[in-house]
Design a protein around this ligand. Sequence first.
Ligand SMILES: [Zn+2]
Ligand SMILES: [Zn+2]
Length: 308
Amino acid sequence: MPGARCTGDPLDASAAFLRKRVEKAGRMWYDKRNSRGERLTDVQEAKMAEQVIFLGTCAHDFSEALTGECRDRFDRDARRASSLLIGRRLLVDPGPHVPDSLRIAGCRPEDIEHIFVTHLHSDHFDAGTVAEIARASGRTLTLWVRRDAVLDVPDGVQLRRMEAQVTYRITDSISVTSLDANHGPQVFPQWFLFDIERRKLLYALDGAWFLTHTYNYLKNSRLDFFVVDATCGNYTGDYRMAEHNSLPMLELMLPSLKTAGIVSEATQIYLSHIAPSLHRPHEEIERQVAHLGMRVAYDGLTLSLGEG
Ligand SMILES: [Zn+2]
Ligand SMILES: [Zn+2]
């Protein structure tokens, strides 16, 4: 998206959130972590484990501003490749922008222990990013992929294959279930249903609609958070409708998801995997979907899963 404007404070979302948490908790864990690198207490670590940071929210049409004026900051209209950091130890999708996003968010690649791969499209999986994290961590990384994925495994990485609808315990408070997704089968797509401190987060990128068996599995799950593919905006006639959602598709889906008990009025729904070439600027998308009770994710957005 040539000529995208950069607006706002580069660290606005994460920094404001962290300041708020520091004030609220009366603790200086943020400063300790970032300026002095001191070890966190168990309580502090538990609070950070509940944080989810959107490291990127873009589809594959990245802004040229990322290599220019937005190189060192997040911007709601110059998105990076879709990726999510859970706590500090779990990364969803090691895309090409993850090293930059971690740096901007003030997070350290060496803290990452588990990488979950939704699929092998190049905006979600970059072998160089995996290798860089493995080098930084100095420990063996665990790379979680769909059961039948075919890929070269970088040094310092052990592969874990995930069966559909099987739940894997990752830490004392986090487990994850692999769900089949409606996306190009040649890239071994899967969605992730995370249970984090008994809060349910469905990360449903990439993929259009729901596959029947995934839909049935999720019935009555009453998600707390739902991150959903909204690649195509209001654009009519786009060729991607069989593997990505548009805003009218989401509007059609929502009442059925409520009927099936997958989402409720309490579910926080975030649109992500936004293609700037098919969307209005961020603030306009927010206005377009506000009446549906949906929000639009942006790079640097930080959620606290511990707060109901
Ligand atoms: Zn994608
Ligand atoms: Zn894809």
